[in-house]
Design a protein around this ligand. Sequence first.
Ligand code: DHB
Ligand code: MG
Length: 222
Amino acid sequence: MAQPTPENWRASDELLAEILLDRDPVLDAALDAQRRAGLPEIEVSPVSGKLLNLLVRMSGARRVLEIGTLGGYSTIWLARGVGDGGQVTTIEAEQVNADIARENIDAAGVGDRVQILVGRGADVLPGLDGSEPFDLVFIDADKESNTIYLDWAARLGRAGTVVVLDNTGRDGEIVNASSTDSKVRGTIEGLRMLGEDQRFDATALQTVGLKGWDGIAIALVV
Ligand code: DHB
Ligand code: MG
């Protein structure tokens, strides 16, 4: 039997992508562009991007909110899911990232359905209050603000809105209750909120693959 090593997780993830995903020069080009620009290699893996795309389509989401654009890789997966006439609003704190994302998203042919708002989530989100509810919210930004983002996801959603929270495993560090890592603490706080806040019904999947050992939580606004 193959040993459960990081190399084997990575090879398995690559095999899953090879078997299940279409070859995708557009997404490859988006990744190349963000690597060339020196963005951190923390975008979702291909199979996780496909999961986002399928969740959008399975839930029939037409209005999607993403918190944390980075170079637009996950945004493209989401924007493909909403289809013609759908809309993705994505929030990015760093102008340089937003500029790269804009280019990648336009090059992917989905620019007309993606609005990028530049600023910190906590500053930008109140401006979306009162808009038509979002059908799906993907949270993938600074982990320290997870509870703020989850609160806004519930407020800007409706009963039936799908909420996805990235990076809920963090190499297993979430079991370390005394961790002083602010990202780990923010991750645990987000998970606790999903468990305790009556607005959510949630679960989480652990992932091992290209990005090591991590996870993703999926919730329904009830
Ligand atoms: C980090 C953030 C992410 O969104 C991710 O997918 C992986 C790592 C981080 O900030 O460490
Ligand atoms: Mg992430």
